[in-house]
Design a binder for this molecule. Structure first.
Ligand SMILES: [Ca+2]
Ligand SMILES: [Ca+2]
Length: 160
């Protein structure tokens, strides 16, 4: 019957759109409501930030222990020395903020005696020697990085 076919087609369209919204692009990893890319290449913090923006994402803002543990496990798999995150204290020394939303860092995962380099180190990394807990590092250093793209929440949100 014609009506049933229309309903079927509508159902398939909704299912496809939902899949696009909830899934991640090739090479990106899903965790909760975000997609993440751990870079294969290295860049300065500012360059990494621009690369993520070009990919319609931002450097990752790590706001929970679960999110941190997920990224640490993925970092171990790639085995790079360091991965830039979105945090910086460039504006006010020792006041760390996520640039993506301007919020102060609430959840913290500093390794060792970090942060320990004052005004010479104003960008946040996951540092291999600390099991990918955090360190402050000079922003001009060239490291791998993590981009994060937040995905819309909720089954009713269909874009288009
Ligand atoms: Ca600093
Ligand atoms: Ca440091």
């Amino acid at each position: 019957m014609k009506v049933d076919q229309n309903i079927l087609v509508l159902g398939i369209c909704i299912a496809m759109q939902t899949q696009i919204i909830q899934g991640c692009r090739n090479g990106w990893l899903q965790f909760e409501n975000s997609c993440y890319l751990l870079s294969k290449d290295a860049a300065t913090w500012a360059e990494a930030s621009m690369i993520c923006i070009d990919l319609e994402s931002r450097l990752a803002a790590v706001e929970t222990a679960d999110e941190s543990n997920f990224l640490k496990a993925e970092a171990h798999r790639l085995n790079a020395k360091s991965f830039w995150l979105d945090g910086t204290d460039l504006e006010v020394e020792n006041v760390w903020r996520w640039t993506v939303n301007g919020n102060k860092l609430v959840y913290l995962d500093w390794g060792g005696h970090e942060p320990n380099q004052g005004t010479s180190a104003n960008c946040l990394t996951m540092w291999q020697e600390f099991g990918y807990r955090w360190a402050d590092e000079p922003c001009r250093n060239v490291y791998h990085f993590v981009c994060e793209k937040r995905t819309p929440v909720g089954d009713n949100e269909i874009i288009g």
